[in-house]
Design a protein around this ligand. Sequence first.
Ligand SMILES: [Cu+2]
Length: 303
Amino acid sequence: MFTEATNFSGDVDLAFKVIIGISIFFLVGITTVMLYFVIRYRRSKHPKAVQVKDSNILEITWTLIPLALAMTMFYYGYAAFRSQRTFPSDAMNVTVVSKMWVWSFVYPGDKESAMLVLPINKAVVLNLTSLDVIHSFYVPAFRQKEDCVPGKTNQMWFIPKLAGEYWVLCAEYCGMNHSYMEAKVRVVSQAEYDAWISALPAKSAEPEGLSIIKKNGCTGCHSLDGSKLVSTSFKGLYGKESLVVTDGKEHTITVDDAYVKTSMYEPDKDIVKGLPKGVMKSYKGVISDGEVAKVIEYLKSIK
Ligand SMILES: [Cu+2]
């Protein structure tokens, strides 16, 4: 439960343990004293109230002790927070791009990956961005969480200390597939990282249509490998016959250039039977006619 996966996780866990320890101490202490008083001073034994005169010593004591306890909790919390906000200058930088409902990680050299792969024992700064709504980058094993806000770059940093695979979750409710917005962080040896990053193709090497699809976050709902997400997979889609509902009437269409374009610009017009309405936004004015052609070209290539 308390594995130290990064240089910070121990500090965060310590703050957690101090706060929970003090809380448990008071829960037990106050409950015990309360039960004792309830029994000891019950009405049948003490029918008449006794007036207690105020005591300065007592007042000062019960002010100073809670102050010291609160400051202790503050100290451990602040110590863990401060080191996380003091950024190293020699760290490697990775940009985290969030979009409903996918994470992607952009490495220097314009390389992009769906998984965050990091070399062990090396400081990394994550530059967190969002292309649409507020998401929150959360790695429970690392005890770290930071919001991804559109139009703004937030940062977080850490040194991975334990090789392994960890979950990345979105901790800010961001719409229908929020709970599926996940990725993996893989912490590996430097040699393994070097091999992985050099094998990762630069974004410019991929088909333009695929870049447009990724950039607009289409893969959050449409898979490229035939698996079912919110909507139909792009694999094998072009040229396929599909049962759609238009103005409440069912009919069969063939997925061709015109249908792909309509689906992007007026997504609610011809809805594939069984799929929900109003989930996909219109990409009119976002994806140009020229880009639509590139996407169609790409869809044809994965028929
Ligand atoms: Cu999200």
